[in-house]
Design a protein around this ligand. Structure first.
Ligand SMILES: Nc1nc2c(ncn2[C@@H]2O[C@H](COP(=O)(O)OP(=O)(O)OP(=O)(O)O)[C@@H](O)[C@H]2O)c(=O)[nH]1
Ligand SMILES: [Mg+2]
Length: 298
């Protein structure tokens, strides 16, 4: 299944709910206050967040004053345009090689699995890839990454469990520079975003890259689990403050109707979604496309 059909599948429930409710609130044929209020509720229930839902509805009001929205299809198209515009406000980061990706996020969001998928993604573009096992905290975390390295037939730099993550990352950077590796992907231990000491450790790890490899393209990507819905917003805030987030990877879109949170994040932050995960298999990942996403939910 291609990405588009996967994301369509993932949002089938959200889309059906929105469609049904739109149909019922439009049966009076008039775009009045009651309609706009009901629409706001529909969007909030799809996990777009209150502010984002209100902004979208306000923009729809403005549109409806300028052009006559005659029927459901007109309203849907106007909604799609508004949502796409919100998403495209956050431009994608520019990619250059050598590329270093630091993958961060709270526990269990899918960091290591995503790295396995990304290794495959870049390898299939003809890039050389090195994985760095910066999660030395959780027992067997580096083993889990080593399995992905094997599966992708790419190299890995790792150390014993309990080693200093900054030193593993230092070794990884040195190895990648020596071998002219195109893409280096660094795994990190899952950490609660509000635990200050763990965020300090992450800053240290991140600094190892920036101070030892000046001319690489360095991106810090935050992995978010779509099933956590609105909680993802505070994770963006804390991780961004610690290391400066360049992009988001939203995983587990296959298991939720809460992916509307992507819009809520786009509305609040300037961080773009760069990849989406739609399953546990090696190819269940794709680059994010605002238009496809919007068509999948409305
Ligand atoms: N359905 C689904 N499951 C996923 C996806 N991505 C990851 N998972 C599953 O989520 C679970 C956690 O994945 P990990 O990759 O170990 O997560 P992590 O963030 O590295 O976890 P820690 O290192 O413990 O913080 C695993 O069972 C994965 O198979 C996805 O896109 N869809
Ligand atoms: Mg992990």
């Amino acid at each position: 299944m291609g990405f588009f059909s996967k994301i369509k599948e993932a949002f089938k429930k959200t889309k059906a709910a929105i469609d049904n409710k739109l149909m019922s609130i439009m049966s009076h044929g008039e775009l009045n206050d009651e309609f706009f209020d009901d629409l706001t509720d529909i969007l909030i229930s799809s996990d777009l967040g209150v502010e984002c839902a209100e902004e979208i509805v306000e923009k729809l009001r403005i549109t409806s004053r300028k052009i006559k929205l005659r029927n459901q299809d007109d309203v849907k198209q106007a909604l799609r345009d508004i949502m796409q515009e919100i998403l495209e406000n956050n431009p994608q980061p520019e990619i250059n090689y050598p590329l270093v990706l630091l993958i961060v996020g709270v526990n269990g969001v899918g960091k290591t699995t995503t790295i396995g998928k990304l290794a495959n993604f870049y390898k299939s573009q003809g890039k050389s890839v090195l994985l760095v096992a910066g999660d030395t905290f959780r027992a067997a975390a580096s083993e889990q990454l080593a399995i992905w390295a094997d599966k992708n037939n790419v190299k890995i730099v790792r150390n014993d469990d309990g080693a200093d993550p900054a030193s593993v990352v230092f070794d990884g950077v040195a190895s990648a520079k020596a071998k002219n590796t195109d893409v280096v992907i660094i795994d990190t231990a899952g950490r609660l975003h509000n635990k200050a000491n763990l965020m300090e450790e992450l800053k240290k790890v991140s600094k190892v890259v920036s101070s030892n490899w000046e001319n690489c393209c360095y991106q810090k990507l935050l992995v978010l689990d779509a099933t956590t819905g609105q909680n993802a917003i505070s994770q963006v805030e804390y991780f961004n403050e610690a290391v400066g987030i360049d992009g988001l990877i939203v995983t587990k879109l296959d298991g939720t109707a809460k992916g509307g949170v992507i819009l809520g994040i786009a509305e609040q932050y300037t961080v773009p979604v760069v990849f989406v995960g739609t399953g546990e298999k090696i190819d269940d990942i794709d680059t994010f496309d605002a238009k496809e996403f919007v068509e999948a939910i409305i």
